[in-house]
Design a protein around this ligand. Structure first.
Ligand code: NAD
Length: 504
C-alpha cells in the first residue's frame, strides 16, 4: 500500500526557470535584496535544493511600499478606465492559462503536490480568478440615495455613493496553494478594484509567484502596481503589517499568526484587515447517502493536496447504521493512494511541504496514538526520503483529543459515529473554527436543516472542495474575517464614499 514510487529529479518544463536567479519585484524591476542575502528552497520529495532566492527584509519592504504608494497616489492604475484595467487583467489570466504546464511543474517541485493536480486545480483556478475579477473591474458603481432634510430643513440633496480602491494593500500568504492564494484569491480582486499591492509570499514556496510576476509585467501591469518581496514572516512580513503607508492587509495563514498580526495592526495605523485562517471542518455522512460517492468524496476531502487544505474535512461523522461499511470503504480509499514525486504522472499524493510540516503532522499522529485513539489505517512515515506521510485515519476518538480539536494540516482525519441529527450538528459545531463543512445525504430536508445549522463559511452537499471564482470563501468564528473570491472579495478591496451635494 501507499508505495513511494522512485523519486524523480527531472525539472521538465520548469528547468529554464529554475536555472535563473530569483529576485524581488519592486517598482517594475527585478532586484537583489538590499542586504544581498539569499535563501534556498527545496524539493520536498527529494529534500534537494532546487533554487536560491533573494531574501528580502525590512528595507526591501520599505522600498516596495514606497513604489506601491507612488503607483497608487500618482500612477495610472487607479485612474485608468476600468475597461483598460480589465483588458490587462484579462490578458494576465490568459498568460497564466498559456503557461499552465510550466507553472504546474514549478508549483509541484516547490510544494510537492502532483503536477496533475496543479494542472487542473491551482493554475486554471488562478487564471479563472483573473478573468472573473477583470470583469468585476467594470462593476465598481455607486448609488444615488434618496435623503431627508433632517439636517438642514428644506434642503434638497443629490446624494450618492462611490466605491473607491482602499490604496496600498499588503498581502501575506501561505504555502499550500502558493500561486492560487497569493495571485488568485488575494491579488486579483485587489488589482481589479484599482489598488496597488506588496506581496510577501510564503518563504517555503517562493517560486511560482516569481514566474507570475514576469507574466504580470508581460501583460502590461504598470511599474509599482505589483511588488513581490520574498522573505521571512517575522522580518519582511512583520514590517509590512506595521508599515504606516499600507492601507490594508490581506492575510491567509494560520489562526495563530493572524492573531499576532491583529495586535500589530492595532499598534500601527489601524489599517483594514481581511483574515483567512485555519479550519477543522466536519464532514457528515447520513445512512441515506449514495455511499460509494460519499466514501470517495469524504476521502478526497481529507487527502486532497496531501491534506494541506484549510477546509479539509478532517472530522468525519458517520451515521451508526452505515458506520462499519464507511470505515471499511475509507480504509480502502486511503490504501489506494499512491505516494511519490509530484512530477510522476502516477502519483496521487506528494510529500508534505517541509520538514517542519512533517514534524508537526507526525507529532499529532503520535499524540493520537498516546491519547488512546485507534489507527484504522496509516499512522507512519512513508519511505525513508522526503516528507511523505501515510494517509491516516483514526477511530475510537473522543472530542477532547488534540487530533479532533486542532488543525493538523496533513493527511490525517478522525471518524466518529452518530445516531441523531441534532446531536451531530452540535458536535460538528463544537469547534473554534468555522471554515467548511460537508453533508452527504439524499434527503432534501436533512440537507437544508444541516446546511442552515452549521456555523461555517462554506457548506458542501454531496461534494467537497468545490471552489468557484464567483463564490465567496471565508470563515466563521476563528477561521477568519471577511471573504476571498466572489463579489465579496472585490468589495473588500474598496472603500465606500458618501457625497452630499446641496442643490438649494
Ligand atoms: P503561517 O501563519 O505560518 O504563515 C502564513 C504567512 O504569514 C507566511 O507568508 C509567513 O511568512 C507569514 N508570517 C509568519 N509570521 C508572521 C508575522 N509575525 N508577521 C507577518 N507575517 C508573518 O501559515 P502557513 O503555515 O504558511 O499556512 C498554513 C495555514 O494557513 C493553515 O493554518 C491553513 O489553514 C491556513 N490557510 C487558510 C486558508 C483560508 O482561506 N482560510 C487558505 C490556506 C491556508
Amino acid at each position: 500500500m501507499n508505495v513511494v514510487t522512485p523519486l524523480t529529479t527531472t525539472f521538465g518544463p520548469a528547468e529554464a526557470f529554475l536555472g535563473k536567479g530569483h529576485r524581488l519585484l519592486i517598482d517594475g524591476k527585478w532586484v537583489e535584496a538590499e542586504s544581498g542575502e539569499v535563501f534556498e528552497t527545496l524539493n520536498p520529495a527529494t529534500e534537494q535544493v532546487i533554487a536560491t532566492v533573494a531574501l528580502g527584509g525590512t528595507a526591501d519592504i520599505d522600498a516596495a511600499v514606497a513604489a506601491a504608494r507612488k503607483a497608487f497616489d500618482a500612477g495610472p492604475w487607479p485612474r485608468m478606465m476600468p475597461a483598460e484595467r480589465q483588458r490587462i487583467l484579462q490578458k494576465l489570466g490568459d498568460l497564466i492559462e498559456e503557461n499552465c504546464e510550466e507553472l504546474a511543474w514549478i508549483e509541484s517541485l516547490d510544494n510537492g503536490k502532483p503536477v496533475k493536480v496543479a494542472e487542473v486545480a491551482d493554475i486554471p483556478l488562478t487564471a479563472d480568478l483573473f478573468h472573473y475579477m477583470a470583469a468585476q473591474a467594470r462593476t465598481r458603481e455607486g448609488h444615488v440615495v434618496p435623503t431627508s432634510d433632517f439636517a438642514i430643513p428644506g434642503a434638497e440633496f443629490h446624494a450618492y455613493t462611490v466605491d473607491e480602491p482602499v490604496g496600498v494593500v499588503g498581502l501575506i500568504t501561505p504555502w499550500n496553494y502558493p500561486l492560487l492564494i497569493a495571485a488568485g484569491w488575494q491579488m486579483a480582486g485587489a488589482l481589479a478594484a484599482g489598488n496597488t499591492v506588496v506581496l510577501k509570499p510564503s518563504e517555503v514556496t517562493p517560486l511560482s509567484i516569481t514566474r507570475f510576476g514576469e507574466l504580470a509585467l508581460e501583460a502590461g501591469v504598470p511599474p509599482g502596481v505589483i511588488n513581490i518581496v520574498q522573505g521571512y514572516g517575522a522580518d519582511a512580513g512583520a514590517r509590512l503589517v506595521e508599515h504606516p503607508q499600507v492601507d490594508k492587509i490581506g492575510f491567509t495563514g494560520s489562526t495563530r499568526t493572524g492573531r499576532g498580526l491583529l495586535k500589530a495592526v492595532a499598534d500601527s495605523n489601524l489599517k483594514k484587515v481581511t483574515l483567512e485562517l485555519g479550519g477543522k471542518s466536519p464532514d457528515i455522512i447520513f445512512a441515506d447517502a449514495d455511499l460509494d460517492a460519499a466514501i470517495a468524496g469524504v476521502a478526497m476531502g481529507v487527502f486532497f493536496n496531501q491534506g494541506e487544505c484549510c477546509c479539509a474535512g478532517t472530522r468525519i461523522y458517520v451515521e451508526d447504521k452505515v458506520y462499519d461499511q464507511v470505515v471499511a470503504g475509507m480504509i480502502d480509499e486511503a490504501r489506494k493512494i499512491r505516494l511519490g514525486s509530484g512530477q510522476d504522472p502516477d502519483t496521487d499524493m506528494g510529500p508534505l511541504v517541509s520538514q517542519n510540516q512533517f514534524d508537526t503532522v507526525m507529532s499529532y499522529v503520535d499524540a493520537g496514538k498516546s491519547d488512546g485513539a485507534k489507527v484504522a489505517v496509516g499512522g507512519a512515515r512513508a519511505g525513508d526520503k522526503g516528507y511523505f506521510v501515510q494517509p491516516t485515519l483514526f477511530t475510537e476518538v473522543n472530542p477532547n483529543m488534540s487530533i479532533v480539536r486542532e488543525e493538523i494540516f496533513g493527511p490525517v482525519a478522525t471518524i466518529e459515529r452518530f445516531s441523531d441529527i441534532n446531536d451531530v450538528v452540535r458536535r460538528a459545531n463544537d469547534t473554534d473554527y468555522g471554515l467548511g463543512a460537508g453533508i452527504w445525504t439524499t434527503d432534501a430536508r436533512k440537507t437544508h436543516h444541516v446546511a442552515k445549522a452549521i456555523r461555517a463559511g462554506t457548506v458542501f452537499v454531496n461534494c467537497y472542495n468545490v471552489f468557484d471564482a464567483a463564490m465567496p470563501f471565508g470563515g466563521y468564528k476563528q477561521s477568519g474575517w471577511g471573504r476571498n473570491r466572489g463579489r465579496q472579495a472585490f468589495e473588500a478591496f474598496t472603500e465606500t464614499k458618501a457625497v452630499y451635494v446641496k442643490l438649494n
